[in-house]
Write a protein that binds this ligand. Structure first.
Ligand SMILES: Nc1ncnc2c1ncn2[C@@H]1O[C@H](COP(=O)(O)OP(=O)(O)OP(=O)(O)O)[C@@H](O)[C@H]1O
Length: 265
């Protein structure tokens, strides 16, 4: 299977902290949930995949080529979408102006851009606020503007760092439906702390623990792990319990648990 994104022996260090430690991973078409405790390395991975942070060492291949080559990196940036954990925007821009600005940064043809902007804003349910200044929107609406700018170019690789933070329950449900739709054709990687996001929208889960892959498998298989004997006290639902079991095994030094899917494809 061709992977839109793969990393081999990826190490990321921030001064003396090793955020990712020689990680091998590959992601193909579908929705991939990235789970892990605070500080596990999820954002560090997403930033490398978004080409905003260089790896300390290791190989990163995106959309068919090595991104250490500047020309390929530029080509990749036009075809990816990225919502950072802390998303910077211009509060004086309207929603339309801001999403159009990102379309321009991605060098989208001018003729296609204005319909793409309206389409992306409609997909996040903000059509009625498209000409409102971003500073007048609620926090959840601003998050939705962030999702709109990430999908305006119909990306082949979509990277979303905690996209559901700040969304109300109804918006989260709509957003998960959007994720499923996007994951039919694109490779979507979503970091989240909400196991409901994973259960409802993801085709595959990657659990990162202290800079390494602790688990890889389907949400169903992770839930099955949580049904095993002894896991009753670890969480409120099977996926939460599976998450706890996989992390404990990982911390005790076991090799990554995988079920059905291999760690590197
Ligand atoms: N700019 C930085 N300078 C120093 N250390 C950093 C920096 N960015 C991240 N780290 C450290 O690297 C490790 C991984 O952080 P990262 O943000 O990738 O984790 P995360 O899984 O995204 O966490 P969270 O769930 O809290 O967002 C942590 O120990 C963090 O403190």
């Amino acid at each position: 299977m061709n992977s839109a994104a793969s990393v081999r022996k990826l190490t990321v260090r921030h001064r003396r902290t090793t955020a990712l430690d020689a990680v091998d991973l590959a992601f193909g078409t579908g929705v991939h949930g990235l789970l892990g405790p605070n500080g596990a390395g999820k954002t560090s991975l997403i930033r490398v995949l978004a080409t905003v942070a260089p790896p300390t060492s290791g190989r990163v291949e995106l959309l068919g080529g090595d991104v250490s080559a500047p020309a390929h990196r530029t080509a990749v940036r036009r075809r990816l979408g990225y919502l950072p954990q802390e998303f910077g925007y211009y509060p004086g821009f309207t929603v339309r102006e801001f999403v159009a600005y990102v379309a321009w940064l991605k060098e989208m043809p001018r003729a296609a851009a204005s319909a793409a902007v309206e389409g992306a804003v409609a997909r996040v349910g903000l059509t009625d606020r498209i000409d409102a200044k971003i500073r007048t929107l609620s926090g959840g609406m601003v998050r939705r503007v962030g999702i709109a700018q990430a999908i305006v170019n119909d990306p082949d690789l979509l990277l979303l760092d905690e996209p559901t933070a700040g969304l109300d329950p109804e918006q989260r449900v709509d957003f998960r439906a959007l994720l499923r739709e996007l994951g039919r054709d694109a490779t979507v990687i979503v970091s989240t702390h909400l196991v409901e996001d994973v259960a409802a929208a993801c085709t595959e889960v990657t659990l990162i623990g202290a800079g390494r892959v602790a688990y890889r498998g389907t949400p169903h298989a992770l839930a099955a792990l949580g049904e095993e004997a002894g896991a009753e006290d670890f969480g409120d639902n099977p996926i939460e319990r599976g998450y706890a079991v996989a992390l404990r095994r990982h911390r005790s030094g076991a090799a990554p648990t995988t079920s059905g899917w291999s760690v590197t494809r």
